[in-house]
Design a protein around this ligand. Structure first.
Ligand code: C2E
Ligand code: MG
Ligand code: MG
Ligand code: MG
Length: 286
């Protein structure tokens, strides 16, 4: 961004940019110790069945309680963790913690037990033995595999053949649910995904956003979502809509036949102790 004239050279020493870069380096370098120091926490966002407004599960979303910078959302550090490989131990921590919590819900909730949905980064599939990690964590937590959902992005499973495909098959054979996150933002197509053991598509928020503005006429987004949901259902895949922010969106998605939704309309991501308030207590044992 330095221009040819002398004055623009100052841009190279722009203190704000420099501070920003230092912060990134600082965060990147301290990721691994932060895991050991217990600075990460999970929040849980309800996933709700559209047909009857009942709770089906929770997505686990990681936050960093940074001693200096306060609470950081994943956009500040997941990219850095993917770059330097810290995503592998961080992802392992998230998986362990999420399964431990979900096992607790299963034991205390009076209704059908909610599943927990865990985001998995590309590098966890390629640079670590994801299948072995999942098998071990499920055994240690005693969480039934059917109560764990893994969210992978299209880029994690597309065109990559061998390793991800084998991992997905092994996980699915174990009974773990596989979901494709942010569906519609990448280049994958349903024909390809239908050959993978994918159970759910999480429809990216960009589609749902269009529903707010076009109230009367059927918008392009609505046409696309309607066909996607129909096609997914014909292939035996369920659809969860992300970023459902209001009642009009929820109602439209329900009419289209979308299976479940997640978003501020129902709840923001919640701290673990707030999740307990949503669960129905088990009747006391006789
Ligand atoms: P995502 O998996 O697509 O998660 C959904 C994001 O949408 C979350 O952002 C959530 O807080 C936000 N959201 C939920 N409802 C609404 C809504 O109604 N409106 C709007 N505008 N946003 C909503 P968050 O928590 O900041 O996470 C961002 C991304 O970071 C996630 O996107 C996911 O890709 C990544 N991430 C989060 N936790 C983990 C993790 O444990 N491991 C990995 N690898 N990635 C994670
Ligand atoms: Mg996700
Ligand atoms: Mg998503
Ligand atoms: Mg998203």
């Amino acid at each position: 961004w330095a221009k040819a004239d002398g004055k623009a050279r100052w841009a190279l020493f722009d203190p704000e940019r420099n501070a920003h870069r230092m912060t990134r380096q600082n965060l990147s370098a301290s990721l691994r110790q932060a895991i050991d120091r217990g600075e990460f926490v999970l929040e849980y966002q309800p996933i709700v069945s559209l047909a009857d407004n009942t709770l089906c599960g929770f997505e686990a979303l990681v936050r960093w309680r940074h001693p200096e910078f306060g609470t950081l959302t994943p956009d500040r550090f997941i990219g850095l963790a993917e770059e330097n490989g810290a995503i592998v131990p961080l992802g392992r921590w998230v998986l362990t913690e999420a399964c431990r919590q979900a096992r607790g819900w299963q034991l205390t909730h009076g209704g059908p037990p909610p599943f927990v949905s865990v985001n998995v980064a590309v590098r966890q599939v390629w640079d670590s033995d994801l299948v072995a990690d999942v098998r071990r964590v499920l055994a240690e937590s005693e969480l039934p595999p059917g109560l764990l959902q893994l969210e992978l992005t299209e880029s994690a499973v597309m065109g990559s053949g061998g390793r991800p495909l084998e991992a997905l098959r092994a996980l699915s054979d174990m009974g773990v649910r596989i979901a494709i996150d942010d569906f519609g933002t990448g280049y994958s197509n349903l024909a390809y995904l239908s050959r993978l053991p994918v159970r759910t598509l999480k429809l990216d928020g960009t589609f749902v956003r269009g529903f707010r503005t076009a109230r009367h006429l059927s918008s392009a987004d609505e046409t696309i979502v309607t066909s996607l949901v129909d096609l997914a259902h014909k292939l035996g895949i369920t659809v969860t809509a992300e970023c459902v922010e209001g009642p009009a969106q929820a109602e439209r998605l329900r009419r289209i036949g979308c299976d479940s939704g997640q978003g501020w309309h129902w709840s923001r991501p919640l701290a673990a102790d707030r999740v307990a308030d949503l669960l129905i207590p088990c009747p006391p044992a006789a």
